[in-house]
Ligand binder design. Structure first.
Ligand SMILES: [Zn+2]
Ligand SMILES: [Zn+2]
Ligand SMILES: [Zn+2]
Length: 129
């Protein structure tokens, strides 16, 4: 896939981050390839459609974006203490969703799962206290 400098800059910013970034944060990390926020939004929408990124609405109601390394179905887990986010390359709830389809009569076409917890670093920091 041919990438424009803007697209490369956005992917670089997302790749280098270990947590979801807001559009403003992405813009400030793009350096010379920096472009206007509407352009960044447009590119992010395409990345999401193509499976390169996901959008995550924070508890502060700010929309942030995270890079996905797998383009098949997966989830992310975020540390509530430091904000770090890690991709988990499996789902684990398929069976429950099948049950839900049977009991609701719906055909479930997609789902999102928000997982929060404490990362290993924050767990050991907690133990030290
Ligand atoms: Zn993802
Ligand atoms: Zn943490
Ligand atoms: Zn899933």
């Amino acid at each position: 896939m041919r990438q424009t400098p803007q697209r490369e800059g956005i992917l670089r910013a997302l790749n280098a981050a270990d947590r979801p970034l807001s559009v403003e944060e992405i813009s400030s990390r793009m350096g010379e390839d920096r472009s206007g926020l509407p352009t960044i939004y447009r590119n992010l929408e395409r990345f999401i459609k193509e499976g390169w990124a996901e959008n995550i609405l924070g508890q502060d109601q700010v929309m942030r974006f995270v890079r996905c390394n797998t383009n098949h179905h997966h989830h992310h887990v975020q540390c509530e203490s430091c904000g770090r986010m890690v991709e988990v390359d499996f789902c684990g709830v398929e069976d429950s969703i099948r049950q839900l389809e049977i009991s609701s009569g719906f055909r479930i076409t997609r789902h999102q799962l928000s997982l929060f917890g404490l990362c290993t670093d924050c767990q050991s920091a907690e133990k030290r206290h």
